[in-house]
Design a protein around this ligand. Structure first.
Ligand SMILES: NC(=O)c1ccc[n+]([C@@H]2O[C@H](COP(=O)([O-])OP(=O)(O)OC[C@H]3O[C@@H](n4cnc5c(N)ncnc54)[C@H](O)[C@@H]3O)[C@@H](O)[C@H]2O)c1
Ligand SMILES: O=c1ccn([C@@H]2O[C@H](COP(=O)(O)OP(=O)(O)O[C@H]3O[C@H](CO)[C@@H](O)[C@H](O)[C@H]3O)[C@@H](O)[C@H]2O)c(=O)[nH]1
Length: 464
């Protein structure tokens, strides 16, 4: 096993930031440098006011408070970070390609490749390079190729160490992971590298939960895990449509099947559709990979998970329109929530974006309240779709800081994110100020339907 005194992580995002903060917390003898080309992001990570960290995650600021300046550092000096490190994590973004071959499906690996080339160019000694980003199976081959062809002649051992944290619970997930997965070569130097990384995690993760595999299994396990999780949500959401036709209740069904120990209770919460930066991107990537190996049936199987999710988002918007006497033209629709799930300020691929877009097609006025998402993010999300003129978006979409202002005079109220505070509102007060009939569309099934009906609301749920 090699001694690691200095770690560098390239990418100070949702994964790099929290993951390295916890590694630093649990390994006070290791200096951890997180580097990023985004100057604003690094400035925010270094802000003296811990409420200004670029990522909101419960428990994160406490970990950063303890480690920052002790053995955790944030910098834009990528070259220096690489040079100083014994081990380099690559945790940059791997979005779906928006151009060229594989557009709309394949993962865009340009940032990964840039990192590999930069490591090859500036490294002054041997390094262990760890893929932290989610990558298509066999990416390590390309990394190895770039690094082993560098003129320096130094040796780079490549490991795959995918991250399984979920946003909103990132710190809890990192503190007590179900497992840590480390893939690497079965050569003596590969084994040594795997053991070196294992030891860092074993500072707090029980040894039996640190799993070592070959590098390809590790890469593909990450895509498989996300595909299985996303598939469960699409499966229960498919049943929700059937429930709405048959008076069955999707939450009761989830409970009934979840008690079967072979199925289990988690990830069976029917919703307006899954969002987030990972599920859609990773399933589409899997579809692309299967297709590229000529495995058409496999590709089509997983593609259905995405199609069903798109259907679920559209179905929710259509229901709002249908129950609004088939027109939302110039009607105020109040959105409670914009983030893709509670306890995060992340909005990437949030179902709210697509529901709003569909309502904008019908000339609705959308008023958004989310406790953590800033107004400019909402506009950026809608503009990114390129489906409506930015001026029109700003005319039709308003963002407010008060849920009572959002719902006042609204023709319909839609719950898009399952923020706990929505359950605590004074719904009598909301009822008094909203237009009648007072329609609530609970896209997360979190509100007390009976209590709201007693007040006078019509409550439309998913799968009930
Ligand atoms: N977000 C999650 O919950 C999550 C969980 C598990 C895995 N992942 C995977 O982890 C990876 C990172 O995701 P994320 O959500 O942290 O992304 P992110 O966009 O939040 O962060 C990536 C960061 O990398 C930086 N970057 C890009 N190229 C760079 C370069 N050449 N040099 C220096 N910095 C560079 C960007 O500026 C950005 O700040 C992705 O592959 C993703 O699929 C994400
Ligand atoms: O029963 C459920 C569970 C989740 N969701 C939705 O699914 C999306 C994703 O939620 P979640 O998986 O909790 O958050 P992510 O941060 O996207 O985490 C997923 O994606 C990460 C990035 O790859 C992985 O690391 C995690 O293991 C994986 O759970 C969100 O919109 C949720 O609201 C549901 O609709 N029903």
């Amino acid at each position: 096993m090699k001694e690691v005194k200095n770690i560098c992580c390239i990418g100070a995002g949702y994964v790099g930031g929290p993951t390295m903060a916890v590694i630093a917390l649990k390994n006070p003898h290791i200096k951890v440098n997180i580097v990023d080309i985004n100057e604003q992001r690094i400035a925010d990570w270094n802000d003296a006011d811990l409420d200004k960290l670029p990522i909101y995650e419960p428990g994160l600021k406490e970990v950063v408070a303890e480690t920052r300046g002790r053995n955790l550092f944030f910098s834009t000096n990528v070259d220096q970070g690489i040079q100083d490190a014994d081990m380099i994590f690559i945790s940059v973004n791997t979005p779906t390609k928006t151009y060229g071959k594989g557009k709309g499906q394949a993962a865009d690996l340009k940032y990964i490749e840039l990192c590999a080339r930069q490591i090859a160019r500036v490294a002054k000694r041997d390094k262990i390079v760890v893929e932290k980003s989610t990558l298509p199976v066999r990416t390590a081959e390309a990394l190895k190729d770039i690094l082993s062809n560098s003129e320096s002649g130094f040796k780079f051992e490549i490991l795959s160490n995918p991250e399984f944290l979920a946003e909103g619970t990132a710190i809890d997930d990192l503190m007590a992971p179900d497992r840590v997965l480390i893939g690497g070569d079965d050569t003596p130097s590969g084994q040594e590298a795997k053991d070196t990384l294992s030891a860092i995690y074993e500072a707090w993760v029980p040894k039996e939960q640190v799993l070592q595999t070959n590098v390809w299994s590790s890469e593909l396990s990450k895509l498989t895990a996300n595909a299985f999780l996303a598939q469960r949500i699409s499966s229960i959401n498919a049943m929700s449509a059937l429930c709405e036709e048959t008076e069955a209740d999707v939450d009761e069904i989830a409970r009934a099947i979840g008690m079967d120990s072979r199925i289990g209770p988690k990830f069976l919460k029917s919703s307006v559709g899954f969002g987030g930066s990972c599920f859609q991107k990773d399933v589409l990537n899997l579809v692309y990979i299967a297709k590229s190996y000529g495995l058409t049936e496999v590709a089509e199987y997983w593609d259905q998970v995405i199609q069903l999710n798109d259907y679920q988002k559209r179905r929710f918007a259509d229901k709002i329109i249908k129950k609004s006497y088939n027109t939302v033209n110039d009607k105020k629709i109040a959105f409670l929530g914009w983030a893709f799930k509670k306890d995060t300020n992340d909005t990437r691929e949030s179902a709210a974006i697509y529901v709003a877009d569909h309502l904008l097609d019908e000339n609705a006025q959308v008023v958004v309240y989310d406790p953590k998402v800033p107004a400019e993010q909402v506009y950026a999300d809608l503009e990114y779709l390129n489906t409506h003129d930015p001026e029109e978006i700003r005319k039709r979409v308003k963002i407010v800081n008060d849920p009572y202002e959002a719902t006042s005079e609204a023709h319909a109220i839609a719950v898009l994110t399952e923020w706990d505070e929505f359950k605590e509102y004074d719904w009598n007060k909301i009822f008094a100020s909203t237009l009648k009939p007072a329609n609530v569309f609970d896209g997360r099934n979190i509100l007390d339907k009976k209590a709201l009906e007693v007040i006078g609301f019509n409550v439309y749920n998913i799968g009930k």
